[in-house]
Design a protein around this ligand. Structure first.
Ligand SMILES: Nc1ncnc2c1ncn2[C@@H]1O[C@H](COP(=O)(O)OP(=O)(O)OP(=O)(O)O)[C@@H](O)[C@H]1O
Ligand SMILES: [Mg+2]
Length: 274
């Protein structure tokens, strides 16, 4: 299976979708077969950010109404998107009738790609936690605000309970300067080591860049535009780092993990406490 990576955060609106979409574009631009999975069910906006028209969504596949290849759409640079619906209906990872077939379909679909990048919704809701712990690497996005940092800490704590071996990469988005981002990252790393006994990888920052919003309005991913804007340069650097530091391939892909986790102890715990 390919390399799997989820983009998540504690607080909403910190730039997860922009990062996931543009990281996927940057990977595809490097010639890597890339699948972007929009896991923000009911609030999906990856298709909009990529400028792709879509008819069906991943929720149709999960319900057993469509096959993955009927829902997938080709995006810029040849990347493939499994879009989420934007209907406002919040589904989870539960499968419709024919569970085994749905799982096998998504699993074999995923196997065609070198990279699977998952855009998650915000917050500590079960469907986001499930997606975030089903991948090899988690990109935790925070902005330089005390609330975003506090929420990221809470997210990291919850995820580490489930997967202590998780590779977590902290990315500060919308930073005013490198020193602002570094100061925050150092503080966050200190907190996680001290109170969670965990290491976090500081994976740099993405500057505040007004071009990000303009590109979103034009429905063109900013990573596709030459010459690259400051945010695009940061995304390119991030993509290159992941490509140069691949993890050992796992036999189970993202969908195998996220759909086959029914027996995990922590699912019961999350359900009970939510
Ligand atoms: N580096 C940046 N510079 C300037 N604006 C940015 C940057 N990154 C993201 N934005 C803007 O921030 C807003 C939120 O971005 P986005 O939708 O990607 O966040 P999100 O974390 O996916 O939100 P949600 O939690 O609702 O899914 C958008 O208007 C986007 O254009
Ligand atoms: Mg989003």
């Amino acid at each position: 299976m390919g390399q799997t990576l989820a983009v998540t955060s504690g607080k909403g609106g910190v730039g997860k979708s922009c990062i996931a979409v543009n990281l996927a574009v940057a990977m595809a631009r490097m010639g890597r077969p890339t699948l972007l999975v929009d896991a923000d069910f009911g609030l999906g906006n990856s298709a909009l950010l990529l400028g792709c028209g879509v008819e069906n969504s991943i929720e149709h596949v999960l319900r057993g109404e469509c096959r993955a290849e009927e829902v997938a759409v080709e995006g810029p640079e040849g990347l493939v998107l499994l879009p989420a619906s934007a209907s406002g209906q919040h589904a989870g990872w539960e499968l419709g009738p024919g569970v085994g077939d749905i799982r096998a379909d998504l699993s074999s679909f995923e196997a065609q790609f070198d990279y699977v990048i998952v855009d998650t919704g915000a917050g500590l809701v079960p469907k986001t936690i499930e997606a975030a712990v089903a991948v090899q690497r988690m990109v935790l996005v925070a902005t330089p605000e005390p609330t975003a940092i506090a929420d990221s800490y809470a997210t990291m704590k919850a995820l580490l309970v489930e997967r202590s071996d998780m590779a977590v990469h902290l990315v500060i988005n919308m930073a005013e300067s490198q020193s602002e981002a570094e100061e925050l990252q150092d503080k966050f790393a200190e907190l996680t080591v001290r109170f969670l006994g965990a290491q976090i990888d500081n994976r740099g920052y993405i500057p505040f860049d007004r071009f990000v919003r303009e590109a979103a309005k034009r429905q063109v991913p900013f990573a596709q535009i030459d010459p690259p804007s400051p945010a695009a340069e940061a995304i390119e650097k991030l993509a290159l780092w992941f490509d140069n530091n691949k993890l050992e391939s796992r036999s189970a892909g993202f969908f195998d993990s996220v759909l086959g986790w029914e027996d995990a102890d922590w699912k019961t715990q999350v359900k009970v406490s939510s």
